[in-house]
Design a protein around this ligand. Sequence first.
Ligand code: NI
Length: 244
Amino acid sequence: MLLQRATWPEVKEYLHQSQAVVIPIGSTEQHGPTGLIGTDAICPETIAAGMADAGILVAPTLSIGMAQHHLAFPGSISLRPTTLIAVIRDVVGSLASQGFTHFYFLNGHGGNIATVQAAFAEIWADYSLAARTSGLKLKLANWFTGSRVVALSRELFGDAEGSHATPSEISLTWHAYPDAVRDQPLQPLRAPNGPIRDASDYRSHFPDGRIGSEPGLASRAHGQRLYEAGLADALADFRAFAQA
Ligand code: NI
């Protein structure tokens, strides 16, 4: 069940049988010359839509995240870490006030991980410092680190996966949006690797936006398989979490 297409009596009914909710979280940032700017939000949103079909409540995607290092590329949008922490606290606080206890953040962007964990620490601190019991369970799961997805990415792409604008994530967006396929050749075939700093440093070291990846290997057929692997990973992980 997608929260945005549900009514409040339907959510009330859902709460009688489950207090667990999925919150897809991503980023709005360049993904190289052939990748969609929404890639990191589209990937977890697509997998979460499959979870919604299985009867799990899925909240609206938090589509803007930690992307300061991409800001030298047109179209990228970033929050500050403190802003995202505030957003996560308020989203969790809103649903917790109605009886939700289990919050499963399905993430599509490695750059969000530290900040989401910091938001969880802030939420715990709210309760601990007030000597109150929260009863809350918070989990961050990255769709791209599930065991089935990792095994399949390795089989399909090996070291050409890289770490940004990867053939795996681009394949998954092409599965979700077949009209988005952009098949132009890229030079060099494989992008350079290295550390991430500020936006101008990033643009000078990674001039077309990619890091270590060969998105030319992406395809819709691979995207279909990655979707199935990602959904199986997420369903198994969520169901174990929701019972904890
Ligand atoms: Ni990405």
